[in-house]
Structure formats: structure tokens, C-alpha cells
Design a protein around this ligand. Sequence first.
Ligand SMILES: Nc1ncnc2c1ncn2[C@@H]1O[C@H](COP(=O)(O)OP(=O)(O)OP(=O)(O)O)[C@@H](O)[C@H]1O
Length: 246
Amino acid sequence: MQALVKTTGLNLTFGAVMAADNIDFELHSGESLAVIGQNGAGKTTFINICTGYLTPASGKVYFDGQDITAMTPRKIVRLGLGRSFQLPQLFTEHTVRECIQLSAARQNARLSMFKPLAATLDSHEVESTLELVGLKEDANVLSADLPEGKRKLLDVAMALALRPKLLIMDEPTSGVASEDKHGLMQTVMNALKERKVTSWFVEHDVDIVEQYATRVAAWINGAIVADGTPQEVLNNPKIKSEVLGT
Ligand SMILES: Nc1ncnc2c1ncn2[C@@H]1O[C@H](COP(=O)(O)OP(=O)(O)OP(=O)(O)O)[C@@H](O)[C@H]1O
């Protein structure tokens, strides 16, 4: 089966820092990948390279068989590689519904000064996305007024409005109270399953990793040092001492 994401020999340094060290990696449709690693290990740099925000010094990135190494983030999103951010990128002066509408319109290049936004979009699509992430009752709330957990959900919903094949989430539960993390992840993972979206998420909470990942990749100094089932990676002595600190 062709990999959904494939990288070959990716390298990137920032001065003396090795942020990506010859990374060969594959992700297949249907996987749920958790990425773990200490701060500064290179998890976000790898995501930035795969989503067009950074260009590697050498190496290639393929999405669905297509070379996307030199593509812009916008083009990559249109191919079906979605992304959410550690700090949600919302339209803070707009309501929850409008944020989803704007996201969907951006994807379809349907933003126009001359037509109301709602008239250019499939309203059923927008409403079903709101429902999917449990934000229907908040549809008319300003996104800036949402609590952190719902801001994260809206960020995911905006990415889902673009109908991705893969969603990469950089720390989807960071900044959320520990008692709310599981509820948030459950909603997100149910939504991805419903839309048949492959998932890749960066996570520091081992309980979340164990519960929601089918595969774990552990990073140290810009390299993947362990890659396997959660059981294998989380019980690996090197990962326990150098990544998890247990
Ligand atoms: N634009 C940049 N300029 C200079 N150095 C950078 C830049 N981006 C990242 N780095 C450095 O590259 C290394 C990897 O950073 P990266 O953000 O990828 O780590 P991370 O594993 O995502 O960490 P965190 O868990 O803190 O988000 C770090 O040493 C970081 O300081």
C-alpha cells in the first residue's frame, strides 16, 4: 500500500542545532500516530517541513505519492493534508460558525466581496461539522470568548471543513485542564473516525497516548529513535529514561 506521507533523508539545522536528522518516515491511511519527545526534540520542525512551513536543507516529502517538498502550505492543505496548531489559529473577531464558513470558503477559493459568505457555501456541510465536534450550541459565540478546550475543538473543526485525508495536530490537549483532556480527545478522535481521517498528534500526556494512538514515534535530537506500538515504545528503557523521565 502506498504511504499517505513519506519522507526520505530529511535534514534541517538551525545553526548548531540538528532539528531534523536524516529522517526516513512513512505513515499509512488509518493509522493514529502519537509523536512524543522532550521540548526541542524536533517534533514541530518535522510537522513544519511536512506541511510546507519550512523547507528542508535536503530530502523529500511525499503526500499520497506526490512530491510536496517545495509546495506552499496552502497548496498542501488543498491536497488533503490538514493541520491544527499548538495555539489555535482562529478568526477571533468572528463567531464559531463564521470561522468554519471562512475556513471552508478559503479552501474552495470562494471568498468574494460581493456575495454573503453563507450564500457561497454548502450550509449542511458547515452545520454537520459544527455538530461533529459538539459546537452546535456555541455556533453564535465569538471564537475569542470560547474556553481553551472549545478553541481547540474549533481549530480541529476548521481543519475538518477542508475535508482532509490526514490531520496533523500539534499538542491538541495542551493548555486544557487535565480533567477535560480525555473528553476533548474522545470528541476529536470520534470526529476523525467519522470522517475517515488519518491522525497524527504530538502529545506529552502518556495516558492520552496509550488510549488514542495505534503507533508511537519517539524523538530525540531531531531523530526518530523508536517507532512502534504504544506498548513497545512506552516500555522501551531508553524512551522511559530519556523521553518520559520515568
Ligand atoms: N525557526 C527557528 N530558528 C531557530 N531555531 C529553531 C527554529 N525552530 C526550531 N528551532 C530549534 O530547533 C529545535 C527543535 O525545535 P522544535 O520546535 O521542532 O521542537 P519540539 O520537539 O516541537 O519542541 P516543543 O515540544 O517545545 O514544541 C529546538 O532546539 C528549537 O529551538
